[in-house]
Design a protein around this ligand. Structure first.
Ligand code: MN
Length: 717
């Protein structure tokens, strides 16, 4: 069982004896207020804050953080008050304990939206002091180490939350050993079978690997000695979850995951790193494309190292990482190490460390008010892998893996993103969906009339691009809805002799909006376009007697009592007939308020309309003045008899319909399909034709087509 002495032994090398006295005071206080409390394991509660503090001491965190570790559960779980903590341990410690407490009070839920909300609160609760997150990670780590004491139904949620939020967070802060431990514990809970398989396979091979790794280590050491490079060599195994991810992503079985072992060369100076790399590469052949220089281009969490893969002495792939002691410490302690170095150099104990860029970005995102967009931002920023690309002037742009030209454009400026028309990579034109690779020099081509497309969302991965595209689409959607709504409403009103452009009419409409508690006139048009306001409401508000419609208006126009779109006539509404189902007069129809293309009219049975967001559908009716003939397409399945084509075309001609095209295709030696495009007056007219065609003896079936079949064969008639 952990004792205070263990903690003191860990902090003694780097804290003063006054500091240690304060830590002891915090220990005494915490032990007193937690007295009598038990963990799920049945152990005294005090074990937990002590274990957490011990983890913090391992990372060599400062006095305030160490004290916070001891006190982190006192406000939440004991009778100790905010005042007690502040009076006894000062404002700084209180702020930290308070931050950790706030995080602890966030409700755990497996629901995605909840997680997002939790994480947003988590970040906000830190008060922007990164030590709060580190204490919370230590707290989470110890709770994970004892996860098997939790009731089983709580274990899964706890592990899931750890995997989704805390492991990525540890990664982003660069504290890899915490990340891997959190991952492996959660992995074991969430995928027990997969974990067991890897554990078994690993145990089977462990001995072989140990022999092998001693051999490689010896060979490496010889090489370094030969070149006079002072360095120590370590080897390590990838964590189980890392192996599992690799197996999944590369579709490998366990025996084919080669980089389970990595060798680390730790040098004294940066120049030695490159010398060591030379020694490794001159001994074993490097595998092309697998060298990464994180010294020249550090990861955004501050990680630095050279990574290379070589063909080892036994013809197998060997991963070697080369770094200095200082880089190694940063890789171990992450952000905490930066903080330590900062202390050493600046000697300002009280100054909180800055967040790494990637975490800062999360704080800076403007989406803190929208949980869904926020989690997007968080997930993006927590992605571990980046590509390093360059602007034409040589500026480095770090972007998440799978970023496209559009992501790059938005990373420069929103305006560049919004007007992005294409791009050149290393001088060559690439499609907008091109996925960037490290080293790409990217030039963005813009066009002033370009607007963001919904399609782009398929190609972008950065939160900035997503947010900007969504908001641009939203804006254009709104302008569109206003335009359509106003246009339709003005025509409706015109048929009652009311001119919407007249000042008094507009005033009256504004009055209507304020009575209906609608924010603005534009909002009235939007609601009207979405069928959320009925024309009758507006008319009755304006005191119009619906039955006595003004004689001054076109008498021929039939206004339905609903506020449906009227298709045809001389309407100015942007209405067009959808090509997918080619509705003709008399068909039952429905309108789709499109983005930027007005209202498109579909047959009510059209498959495409089913996929459209119901809020963008609008009722539609034919205007009786819609007289022109429309074209429609038929497929006639029949026996391939001589003269059948002329019989079919004669039948159509009898109905006073014009054939635009007629093609036939032989299906078998006896069967054919005839494709006909013809002009009809309305649905009734078409029905008569179909009925007559069906009654021809050799015709089996007549079918109305949504679109002409591409495979049709031209026939000379
Ligand atoms: Mn705790």
């Amino acid at each position: 069982m952990i004792r205070l002495d263990n903690i003191v032994a860990k902090i003694k090398p780097y804290l003063t004896s006054d500091d240690i006295d304060e830590v002891k005071k915090a220990y005494a206080f915490s032990a007193k207020v937690h007295a009598g409390q038990k963990r799920y394991s049945g152990e005294p509660y005090m074990i937990h804050p002590m274990e957490v503090t011990s983890i913090l001491a391992d990372i060599k965190l400062d006095k305030e953080s160490i004290i916070t570790g001891l006190l982190h559960d006192t406000i939440e779980d004991t009778l100790a008050t905010n005042d007690d903590i502040e009076k006894l341990f000062g404002k700084k410690v209180f702020n930290l304990v308070n931050g950790v407490t706030k995080i602890g009070q966030l409700k755990i839920s497996s629901k995605f939206e909840r997680q997002a909300e939790n994480f947003r609160k988590l970040i906000l609760a830190t008060g922007k002091d990164i030590r709060v997150i580190i204490v919370k990670l230590a707290d989470r780590l110890h709770n994970c180490r004892t996860i098997h004491y939790l009731p089983e139904n709580k274990q899964t949620d706890f592990a899931k939350e750890t995997m989704d939020l805390y492991a990525p967070l540890a990664d982003r802060l660069g504290i890899y050993w915490i990340r891997t431990e959190l991952e492996d514990i959660s992995f074991k809970i969430l995928k027990p079978h997969e974990y067991a398989e890897i554990e078994y396979a690993f145990a089977n091979k462990k001995n072989d690997w140990e022999i092998y790794s001693t051999e490689i280590q010896g060979l490496l050491q010889d090489q370094l000695d030969k070149y006079g490079i002072k360095a120590s060599i370590q080897s390590r195994f990838k964590n189980f979850y890392g192996i599992y991810k690799k197996m999944l992503s590369k579709n490998l079985d366990f025996n084919n995951v080669f980089d389970i072992k990595a060798f680390r060369v730790i040098t004294n100076a940066e120049s030695d790193c490159y010398a060591a790399l030379g020694a490794v590469h001159s001994t074993w052949r490097p595998i092309p494309g697998r060298f990464k220089d994180y010294i020249a281009l550090p990861k955004s969490n501050g990680y630095q190292s050279l990574h290379t893969n070589v063909l080892g002495p036994f013809g197998d792939k060997v991963e070697v990482q080369i770094r200095t002691n200082e880089m190694h410490e940063i890789a171990q302690y992450g952000v905490a190490a930066h903080w330590k170095y900062k202390l050493k150099h600046e000697n300002i104990a009280s100054k909180p460390i800055n967040f790494p860029d990637s975490i800062q970005k999360i704080f800076d995102t403007q989406t803190l008010n929208d949980p869904k967009e926020f989690i997007d931002a968080v997930k993006d920023e927590l992605i571990t892998n980046f590509v390093y690309t360059f602007t034409p002037s040589g500026d480095l742009k770090e972007l998440p893996v799978d970023s496209s030209i559009i992501d790059f454009a938005y990373s420069i400026h929103s305006d560049i993103g919004n007007s992005c028309y294409g791009g050149k990579v290393n001088g060559a034109i690439v499609p907008i969906s091109y996925k960037l690779k490290s080293g790409d020099m990217v030039e963005i081509i813009t066009k002033s009339e370009q607007v963001p497309k919904r399609d782009w969302l398929k190609y972008v991965v950065t939160s900035k691009a997503k947010t900007k595209i969504r908001s641009a689409i939203k804006t254009s959607l709104i302008t569109d809805s206003i335009k359509i709504g106003k246009s339709v409403l003005s025509q409706k009103l015109l048929s009652y002799g009311i001119n919407i452009d007249k000042k008094e009419v507009l005033e009256k409409l504004k009055e209507f909006s304020s009575i209906k508690k609608i924010k603005s006139l534009d909002e009235v048009f939007i609601k009207f376009s979405l069928s959320q306001i009925n024309i009758l409401e507006i008319l009755s508000f304006m005191g119009i007697d619906i039955k006595n419609k003004s004689k001054a208006t076109k008498a021929s126009r039939v206004i339905d009592s609903s506020n449906a779109i009227v298709v045809g006539g001389n309407d100015n509404v942007m209405v067009r007939l959808a090509k997918c189902c080619s509705p003709i007069y008399g068909d039952e129809i429905i309108g789709h308020i499109t983005i930027g293309k007005g209202i498109s009219i579909h047959r009510i049975s059209c498959n495409q309309i089913l996929e459209i967001d119901p809020s963008r559908r609008i009722e539609a009716k034919w205007d009786k003045s819609f007289a022109s003939k429309s074209s429609t397409k038929l497929k006639v399945s029949c026996f391939d008899k001589p003269g059948i084509l002329s019989e079919v075309s004669n039948t159509i001609a009898k109905h006073d319909s014009n054939i635009i095209t007629i093609n036939a295709k032989q299906i078998s030696s006896v069967k054919s399909s005839i494709y006909i495009e013809l002009l009809v007056r309305d649905a009734e007219h078409l029905n008569d034709i179909v009925e007559d065609l069906s009654s021809i003896g050799d015709v089996n079936n007549v079918e109305r087509l949504r679109n002409m079949n591409l495979e049709q064969i031209e026939l000379n008639l």
